[in-house]
Ligand binder design. Structure first.
Ligand SMILES: [Zn+2]
Length: 399
């Protein structure tokens, strides 16, 4: 059985050492990864520690066949991140690997634990960098557009950690043998806690449409232009956001405006322009399309003209139906969740690899901050569920 005490203790030690500052492509991150290497090597002499061409760490316990069951997540964090986001899935995977190795019998299928490089995208603004590179989804041209805040090219920063940009565009070697992939992660939202659940299967990730919208108005003095005569871009933007958010609520989706800028920005001016971001998410692609159409019509009907720059477009990700059933059985038997955030598992599912996730609850639904937490009892349930599911998958006759 998986040693949950050890896994949880390792997570707390890693957090104490790194203080939630395991930013990808830094020394702190590399040091934690060296510790992961040592833990994997300690698990069994049979374990192979490897880096693929894209700085992803692979810990492989060979089975009777090359068919591989992958369990992975990410050890990098956002600045001042929590102790569980990503790291839970990596240490959990190594805990499962140790338990399987300790069983003394070579599993039918090969087990690979993977620590994907740079899931968070903190340095270059591109999430899922390592997993997207491994599936062939990240191109050399896209990498060449990415730069750190200080202007250093991503190609240069990542090369120092063994990332080979010349290998981009093809699927990373070991990934070709993967027949099933599983990731244990914290929910990072309030649903499980609100419904009194500890661990659940995840059916997929929400689709995303993200854009920046600029409303062009006519500037003026706050005390001279009569309200009916104004072409106030803030007023048009506010009306747009209010109406669109109501539609998103009716559709049971999400709409978020996280950035609002007026220009010029001072208290006595009707601004000339107003720039906002818009992030819309939904589990159903048709609902996302309806919201996009509504947004376009609202913009066309607005008093101030608007221009739209698309930032990111991702259709909903659906995990494998058979694996979802297995994950439901291994967890609490309840209905599967849909993830609001994207995960490395989305990269794998989009590449046609059979994938599923498990979520444990998040206290108060918070993540990406030092307050991120999960009750230890829920973590234990999650670790047991992951172990149960992986053991099932290592026996092909039963999947
Ligand atoms: Zn994560």
């Amino acid at each position: 059985m998986i040693d949950a005490d050890t896994v949880i203790a390792r997570l707390r030690e890693a957090d104490a050492r790194s203080g939630g500052r395991r930013l990808a492509w830094t020394e702190t991150w590399a040091n934690e990864r060296a510790r992961l290497d040592a833990i994997a090597e300690d698990a069994s002499d049979a374990v192979m520690v490897e880096r693929d061409a894209f700085a992803n760490a692979w810990y492989v316990l060979p089975g009777e066949t090359d068919e591989t069951v992958l369990v992975g997540s990410h050890s990098d964090s956002v600045p001042d991140g929590g102790w569980l986001d990503g790291m839970l899935g990596v240490h959990a995977g190594l805990g499962v690997l140790a338990a399987v190795a300790a069983g003394g019998r070579t599993p039918k299928r090969t087990l690979a634990v993977v620590d994907w490089a740079d899931e968070e995208g903190t340095r270059f603004g591109r999430s899922l960098l390592g997993s997207a590179a491994a599936t062939g989804a990240l191109t050399g041209e896209e990498l060449d557009r990415l730069r750190a805040h200080d202007g250093t090219p991503a190609r240069e920063v990542t090369a120092a950690y063994g990332f080979d940009a010349n290998a981009l565009g093809t699927r990373s070697g070991r990934l070709r043998s993967v027949v099933a992939a599983v990731e244990l992660h914290i929910e990072q939202g309030p649903t499980l806690e609100r419904t009194g659940r500890e661990v659940a299967a995840v059916a997929g990730c929400l689709g995303v449409r993200r854009s920046r919208i600029t409303f062009e108005g006519e500037p003026g003095h706050a005390g001279t232009i009569a309200m009916p005569d104004r072409h106030d871009p803030v007023r048009t933007a506010a009306a747009f956001v209010t109406e669109l958010f109501a539609l998103a609520e009716q559709e049971d989706g999400f709409a978020t405006t996280g950035e609002i800028e007026a220009e010029p920005a001072f208290v006595t001016a009707v601004p000339q322009r107003c720039r906002i971001s818009l992030d819309m998410r939904h589990a159903d692609a048709r609902a996302l399309d309806r919201l996009s159409t509504s947004a376009r019509k609202l913009l066309e009907a607005g008093r101030c003209p608007a221009s739209v720059t698309e930032l990111h477009r991702q259709d909903p990700v659906h995990f494998d139906a058979g694996l979802i059933d297995a994950a439901v059985q291994a967890s609490d038997g309840g209905p599967p969740l849909t993830s609001g955030p994207l995960h490395d598992s989305a990269s794998l599912a989009l590449a046609g690899i059979r994938t599923v996730m498990l979520f444990t609850s998040s206290k108060s639904g918070v993540s990406h901050c030092r307050d991120e937490d999960t009750p230890e009892a829920h973590l234990r349930r999650g670790l047991l569920a992951l172990h149960r599911l992986i053991v099932t998958l290592l026996e092909p006759a039963r999947t």
